[in-house]
Write a protein that binds this ligand. Structure first.
Ligand SMILES: Cc1cc2nc3c(=O)[nH]c(=O)nc-3n(C[C@H](O)[C@H](O)[C@H](O)COP(=O)(O)OP(=O)(O)OC[C@H]3O[C@@H](n4cnc5c(N)ncnc54)[C@H](O)[C@@H]3O)c2cc1C
Length: 301
């Protein structure tokens, strides 16, 4: 802790305006509402983010990157690591030819609404995904037939040696809930989205329809991280979990949602240990029942 304490002193000296939180409960920053204390920093510009990341390298600090925390399970005991939260990297720039550049911390909802207002379609699927551009690109987030890979044209990221990486088109390496940024441990700074002209009223209607489908099928009233497991080859995780008789089952205050078996939910007061034990129960039971090994979609820190 004292290394981080000293390092945060260096950050404060260099960027007196930057928000630095000591021993901040991660449960306040994750959609599962679990996770113990960590040191958190919130850069506001790409220059700050880049400078901070390079300063970390100079000091032998290996930071974790958090967006909106909607796909992360953080440890109950907290982390002896610096967490850089991108939420304040919130700039959007309109470009010509149906393109929009968004910084890593822009929420997908805000980006989709912004595109609608410009009469640009292609991001309707992302409107209900509660993460950021950085988290969405990193995870190749998708829903209802749409995926980030269909619209992300070029991403600027930081590589672990502090250099900038301009990844364009195929180089971004998207596949199902996967991108090249995962293997390269790259930090996404901004992405250019290439969209098509569309009627704002039609775009709005599509977004409303998808939101209604979400509300009807997902337990949005409980803290969760969305689908806990990836879709296995030739099946759906939720169907396999339901067929294994796991709806409503769980450990401690975590449980498989009755409404959508693909969601592990926090019933109130769950710990990450409860969530992990519930995930373990699901994996073992589904394996016994169907022989299929479910792989977590949630990133376990
Ligand atoms: C109710 C609910 C519904 C959901 N529905 C969907 C859905 O329909 N489709 C879907 O795909 N997902 C869904 N999710 C999961 C989640 O919203 C997505 O995975 C989202 O893309 C995560 O973004 P985030 O900013 O919250 O990332 P975080 O949870 O903060 O981080 C996720 C991972 O991305 C990394 N990361 C975050 N930002 C950056 C960055 N700038 N650079 C490098 N790495 C970064 C983190 O280190 C971590 O490994 C849902 C979640 C919830 C709670």
């Amino acid at each position: 802790m004292s290394l981080l304490h000293d390092f945060c002193g260096v950050i404060r000296e260099k960027w007196p305006e930057m928000k630095v939180l000591e021993e901040e409960p991660l449960k306040k920053h994750t959609s599962f509402q679990t996770g113990g204390p960590a040191w958190m920093v919130f850069p506001k510009t790409i220059a700050e983010m880049t400078g901070l990341y390079r300063l970390c390298l100079e000091h032998g600090i290996s930071p974790l990157i958090l967006g909106a925390g909607t796909n992360v399970l953080a440890p109950d005991q907290g982390l002896d690591r610096l967490v850089i939260c991108t939420r304040d990297l919130s700039g959007i720039r309109d470009m010509a030819d149906g393109k929009i550049e968004a910084m890593g911390g822009v929420t997908l909802t805000r980006l989709a609404v912004h595109a609608r207002d410009l009469g640009l379609m292609g991001l309707e699927f992302a409107h209900g995904i509660p993460g950021t551009v950085g988290g969405g690109v990193y995870m190749n987030a998708g829903a209802y037939g749409g995926e980030i890979r269909q619209v992300a044209e070029k991403t600027t990221a930081l590589l672990p040696d502090g250099s900038l990486w301009e990844a364009e088109g195929e180089v971004q390496g998207f596949s199902y809930r996967h991108s090249a940024f995962q293997e390269k441990q790259a930090v996404i700074l901004k992405t250019v989205f290439a969209l098509q002209p569309g009627d704002p009223a039609e775009i709005q209607k599509t977004m409303q329809d998808l939101a209604a489908r979400r509300r009807a099928s997902q337990p949005l009233e409980y803290p969760s991280a969305g689908s806990t497991f990836k879709r296995p080859q030739g099946g759906y995780a939720a169907a396999l979990i339901e067929q294994a008789g796991l709806k409503g089952k769980g450990v401690g205050r975590a449980a498989v949602s009755e409404k959508h078996a693909g969601f592990v939910i926090n019933l109130g007061g769950a710990t990450s240990k409860d969530v992990l034990a519930t995930m373990d129960l699901i994996q073992k039971t589904v394996q016994e029942h169907s022989g299929i090994c479910l792989e977590p979609e949630v990133r376990i820190w």
